[in-house]
Ligand binder design. Structure first.
Ligand code: ARG
Length: 594
């Protein structure tokens, strides 16, 4: 009801100004403080704007509210929209929309593919930096979280009409390659010349060994560093080896993205290599750069270490090498920069685990102070908590190894399949294998995504196959089932498309509850766009399913007739459309039967 809220806000402000013309003339501001009603018995909206006016106007807030209500009652546009406003408590104004307005609002959504969600007026490029695993390392559950959350945020932003650049900032540069190449030269040189000469699994193991040697052996460290310098200097042999390694990891990552239906453009750390010098020069020119113990760094304002001294962001080490932070600074500069040397973004968001919060806070501060952010630009870290096993500890396999994503997704699908087979047997249903495979895949992957998205992302999240696959509760299967239930109404002869023409009529409280729930959708989407919290959308879809199920259990639909039947079918259809669109924005496809 974003549009209605907007016009109510305008009407309220005007009413306030008319009620207190002298104050308005002398520059008093009026904010209606319009919010959705906190309880259904208070109507649809409440305006709390009278309270803060008590002091400047020198009147009790209830009196102020009364004067505003008088003005509202004299406004014909307002009277078309709302019943007579009620004053409650110390001076809240409660507003209830007229039922014909609500019905008309439902009706207008029936023919609207956007379901009432307006496209933004000023579209601005947004960069969503997500997934971003590291080459020659296994993509882990943290990356899975980033992938799922980032994709859903990108979908919401895209749906709102922003051009979204989905960037995979893969770790494909830096010391780790020096180590790996040095090690491989000695133990598996073929991997540096021939594609796929070793398995990715082996590559990961080689990487681990290389890291170990790097930590233990000084000579190895030196050679590795030299190797990085060679690579960064464009040595053809090193570059070729690097290319092969990246390619192999890339194909492995892509398999996961394909399964999860994730689109991403790879633009790894190496992309910013040519811009690193520029970052240092820029920081030097702006006077931010300090040389400390041979390292070039920027000291942070308001962030100090244990010794009470300000913490630095090191942009160039004493050996001349650059850091993860330098690359991120170059990336910020590029993303906000104008094309052809930049993306022209207005908002850049990073989806990573909360452990990187300090890194981003530091880098963001440096970028701001360096003046790389255009006016009104937004730079946001979207942190999330750890993925834990059901024991509350780090997620591991029974054997104690880290869980491979492929195995995790396989297991979700397998479990969804055995649940389904059990259900089919209980219900004595016959389905072919193609159906079983499709439902199991959809439900299994949906469960993994939804379990992650429905948590407040900031908190740690306990991974539990049993919980995420349950048919009851705030789960993907529960929501998918609501869609299936509505598709079933159509199969039983309910023409869901019929409700679009004649005026809708509702009488039962369960119908009104569903109407009001349906009309919240646009505000929820706008909120997710703003706050980047997909769990808000999940909670909404869960509540909508519950309100729908209550309606459908208690109010006859197929057994009613005339205008009531048409109107109820229209509610069913709009519920299904809202669930489908909402789940789609979470990256979850729906089913007609399951
Ligand atoms: N590769 C990093 C990791 O695995 C995440 C990169 C996030 N993006 C960024 N621009 N720093 O932790």
């Amino acid at each position: 009801m974003l549009r209605i809220a907007e016009s109510l806000e305008t009407q309220l402000r005007a009413a306030m100004q008319r009620a207190f013309p002298d104050a308005a003339a002398s520059g008093q501001g009026f904010d209606p403080q319009l919010a959705p009603a906190s309880k259904p018995e208070f109507g649809d909206f409440q305006a709390n704007g009278a309270l803060p006016l008590a002091k400047p106007l020198g009147q009790p807030p209830r009196k102020i509210a009364e004067a505003v209500v008088e003005q509202l009652k004299a406004d014909p546009t307002f009277c078309e929209l709302c019943l007579e406003p009620q004053i409650a408590g110390p001076g809240f104004i409660n507003l209830t929309l007229k039922s014909e307005r609500l019905a008309a609002e439902v009706q207008s959504r029936l023919g609207d593919a956007r379901l009432g969600v307006p496209a933004v007026e000023q579209a601005a490029p947004v960069v969503v930096d997500f997934s971003s695993p590291n080459i020659a390392k296994e993509m882990h559950v943290g990356h899975l979280r980033s992938t799922i959350i980032g994709d859903s945020l990108a979908r919401v932003l895209e749906f709102r009409g922003h051009p979204v650049l989905r960037l995979n900032h893969v770790g494909d540069w830096g010391t780790q390659f020096g180590m790996l190449i040095t090690h491989l030269k000695q133990v598996a040189p073929e991997a540096l010349e021939t594609a796929d000469a070793v398995d990715l699994g082996d590559l990961v193991a080689f990487y681990r060994q290389a890291k170990q040697r790097f930590d233990d052996d000084e000579a190895f460290q030196t050679t590795s560093r030299e190797e990085v310098v060679k690579l960064q200097g464009g040595d053809p042999v090193s570059l070729k080896a690097w290319g092969l390694l990246c390619d192999q990891s890339r194909r492995e990552f892509q398999k996961i993205y394909d399964r999860l239906d994730i689109r991403l453009s790879e633009r790894g750390e190496s992309f910013y290599n040519p811009y690193l010098e520029g970052v240092v020069k820029d920081l030097e020119a702006s006077g931010l750069l300090v040389v400390d113990d041979g390292a070039r760094c920027v000291f942070l304002e308001g962030v100090s270490g244990k010794d009470g001294k300000p913490l630095p962001v090191i942009v160039q080490k004493s050996d001349g090498g650059f850091n993860y932070a330098t690359t991120d600074l170059a990336a910020i500069r590029y993303r906000f920069g104008q094309s052809p040397q930049g993306d022209g973004a207005r908002r850049v968001v990073y989806v990573t685990d909360a452990g990187q919060a300090n890194h981003f806070a530091g880098v963001f501060q440096v970028a701001r102070r360096a003046g790389w952010l255009p006016d009104g630009a937004r730079l946001e870290h979207v942190p999330f908590g750890l993925v834990q096993g059901e024991d509350g500890k780090k997620l591991k396999t029974r054997a104690g190894d880290t869980v491979r994503l492929r195995d995790l997704l396989d297991e979700a699908v397998e479990r969804a399949e055995s649940d389904l087979r059990r259900r089919l047997q209980e219900e004595e249903r016959q389905e072919d294998e193609a159906f079983i495979a499709q439902v199991a895949t959809t439900v299994g992957l949906a469960a993994v995504k939804y379990a992650d998205l429905s948590q407040n992302r900031i908190t740690n999240y306990q991974f539990s196959f049993d919980r995420m696959l349950a048919l009851q509760g705030n789960t993907a299967p529960y929501l998918l089932y609501a869609v299936v239930r509505i598709a079933g109404i159509a199969r039983k002869g309910g023409d869901l498309e019929a409700g679009g023409t004649a005026p809708l009529q509702f009488s039962e409280p369960q119908e009104w509850a569903l109407v009001r729930e349906l009309l919240k959708f646009d505000a929820v989407i706008a909120e997710v766009e703003e706050e980047l919290l997909p769990n808000r959308l999940c909670t909404y879809l869960f509540e909508l399913s519950q309100v729908f199920n209550r309606f459908y259990d208690q109010v006859p639909v197929l057994k009613s007739d005339g205008a009531a039947r048409q109107s109820r079918l229209a509610l069913c259809r709009l519920t299904a459309d809202t669930l489908k669109l909402g789940l789609g924005l979470l990256g979850i496809p729906t089913l007609e039967r399951m």
